[in-house]
Write a protein of this length. Structure first.
Length: 187
């Protein structure tokens, strides 16, 4: 019954086993794992570093992580090869230019510089998004001189828009000066 649940390469392997070579579950597990599991990790050729490219739509953060993971499996890759491969794998021309202006000596320095660039780009994008234009956003609203009070009601009729100059105020409310006729004037 067990052999009917196997498909593909596992079924072929099981059918080729000598009869009565497996006595129980532990023997089956050990035989299956020893046949199908690799005993050593696949090691990539260091030259393949230059084939690791940032994919379309892939963020720089994700590319950085993928680059680290893929280059960990490449034994014998020199630090300069990793740096060169990373610089050539990026598809952001501004970052590539910045990294080429000052080539870093270690991958750690390169990753720190790239992270700083990503943060700077994010800050610039947020600043652009939050920037107000000098033109009003809604052109349909006309500027009026009428102001509303704190409740949003018009101030018309309550004296808020009526201004009296100080001279008019003085003429209206100041007592007229009385001239003393007993006083002699020099003229």
């Amino acid at each position: 019954m067990f052999n009917s649940t196997l498909i593909g390469a596992a079924r072929v392997w099981f059918d080729e086993l000598p009869p009565e070579s497996i006595d129980g579950y532990k023997d089956m597990k050990a035989a299956l794992l020893s046949y199908f599991m690799q005993h050593k990790k696949y090691i990539k050729d260091p030259v393949e570093i230059h084939n690791i490219k940032q994919r379309d739509g892939e963020t720089l953060e994700y590319f950085m992580e993928r680059f680290k993971v893929e280059t960990e499996r490449m034994k014998g890759a020199l630090e300069c090869m990793r740096i060169s491969g990373f610089m050539h794998g990026i598809n952001n021309p501004e970052l590539t230019k910045r990294l080429n202006e000052h080539v870093h000596m270690t991958m750690e320095e390169m990753m720190i510089a790239t992270t700083a660039f990503i943060r700077g780009e994010a800050a610039a994008a947020n600043k652009r998004k939050g920037r107000m234009s000098w033109k009003p956003q809604d052109q349909s609203k006309k500027h009026t001189d009428k102001r509303l009070d704190f409740r949003g009601h018009s101030r018309d009729g309550r004296g808020a828009n009526r201004f009296t100059s100080s001279l008019e105020h003085q003429r209206k409310y100041q007592r007229p000066r009385q001239i003393n006729s007993n006083r002699h004037h020099p003229w």
